[in-house]
Design a protein around this ligand. Structure first.
Ligand SMILES: CC(C)(COP(=O)(O)OP(=O)(O)OC[C@H]1O[C@@H](n2cnc3c(N)ncnc32)[C@H](O)[C@@H]1OP(=O)(O)O)[C@@H](O)C(=O)NCCC(=O)NCCS
Length: 324
């Protein structure tokens, strides 16, 4: 019999990891019902035997599944994806999270200069443990109810008053993207990637990524899954939001932006209100979105529109000499 729980460690125990992570997903689904039960998903997927995924179980109660991801654009990473880093709540959560990280990420390929851990917004001990280990917050995932959203403002003309003053500002209207106005995204598609490439986000903008984003935007008008809302000031497309049906009853606000010199005048809010009303009218009860925590505009704007965090992505970066 082993009296020291720290020695009761079993790496690579897929069945126990599966059970613990299924329970974790179940708990997340109870706390955030829009996620759905989710317990049927297998964190080890069909690649269970492949070396890219590793299951770690600690003290028969904490578990993680890590996955090695290669990317020529962004660099390789080792990741414990959403709900795949499970630490039970308790007085020793902080220590358990630190030990689980040490076990789960041990022996990572020397090219994985990013370690990534997703954890629930409510797991404060895990957040503190990750920060103590050298991680930082990178991405916030939020949700908002669409209940009570008023009728659609699509097509309506709105007045925009600067700073709540009486200053006359041009009115704008919110329309939808279709074949006739498909080119209207040409002046808007790069707003978000440029925002993220600049400080303080400094996320980078590899040419191949920019080209892929541009191509994706050029096809949005014809995508039956996407609804793109465009704000016009006169004939000028000044901003947009793109929404998708994510799962039954759940919409995803995928991306949105407003021209820099038109920000702070209510255009983003009008786009959101129009899109929310449109999706609520189609029976969607929740909308999810996510944002870079370093993005000064979106990290302020989405919470102010009622989005509450449910998931965080923490990232730790290495210099190659550290992993040799
Ligand atoms: C985030 C973004 C879309 C918001 O668009 P916007 O048109 O500036 O949004 P609004 O003008 O409606 O609201 C912005 C702020 O101005 C305020 N505002 C709205 N109307 C106003 C008015 N008439 N006068 C003064 N302030 C006003 C809002 O209350 C809001 O403040 P808050 O967030 O503290 O509540 C825009 O800043 C943007 O394009 N950012 C860069 C791209 C990006 O990062 N997109 C998100 C990717 S996840």
């Amino acid at each position: 019999m082993n009296d020291d729980p720290r020695k009761d460690t079993a790496k690579g125990e897929p069945e126990m990891a599966r059970a613990l992570l299924a329970a974790r997903r179940y708990g997340a689904g109870a706390l955030y019902p829009f996620l759905g039960p989710g317990s049927g998903e297998d964190p080890l997927g069909t690649d269970a035997g492949k070396p890219q995924r590793k299951a770690t179980v600690l003290d028969a109660r904490a578990a993680a599944v890590t996955e090695f991801r290669e990317s020529a654009e962004w660099g390789d990473s080792l990741e414990a994806g959403p709900w795949n880093f499970c630490v039970p709540e308790g007085s020793d959560s902080f220590d358990l999270a630190r030990r689980l990280y040490a076990e789960a990420f041990a022996g990572c390929p020397p090219t994985s200069l990013r370690h990534v851990v997703y954890c629930g917004a409510e797991e404060e001990s895990v957040h503190k443990a990750l920060v103590s280990l050298g991680f930082g917050l990178e991405q916030v995932y939020g949700y908002r109810s669409l209940a009570g959203t008023e009728s659609s403002g699509v097509g309506a003309t709105r007045g925009v008053g600067a700073g709540g003053q009486t200053t006359a500002a041009p009115g704008f209207r919110v329309g939808r993207l279709g074949e006739a106005n498909r080119r209207d995204l040409d002046a808007l598609w790069d707003l978000v990637v440029r925002e993220h490439a600049e400080g303080p986000t400094w996320a980078g903008l590899p040419a191949s990524y920019g080209a892929a984003v541009k191509e994706g935007f050029s096809e949005l008008w014809a995508d039956p899954e996407a609804t793109v809302f465009v704000a016009y000031e006169g004939d000028l497309p000044a901003g947009y939001q793109c929404w998708f049906a994510d799962s039954p009853g759940v919409a995803e606000l995928s991306v949105g932006a407003v021209l820099p010199d038109r920000r702070g005048r209510g255009i983003g809010t009008a786009l959101f209100d129009a899109a929310a009303a449109d999706f609520a009218g189609r029976g969607f009860g929740t909308v999810i979105t996510d944002w870079r925590s370093a993005n000064l505009s979106s990290s302020r704007f989405w919470p102010a529109r009622g989005f509450a965090p449910y998931l965080y992505r923490f990232v730790r970066r290495f210099h190659p000499y550290q992993l040799r």
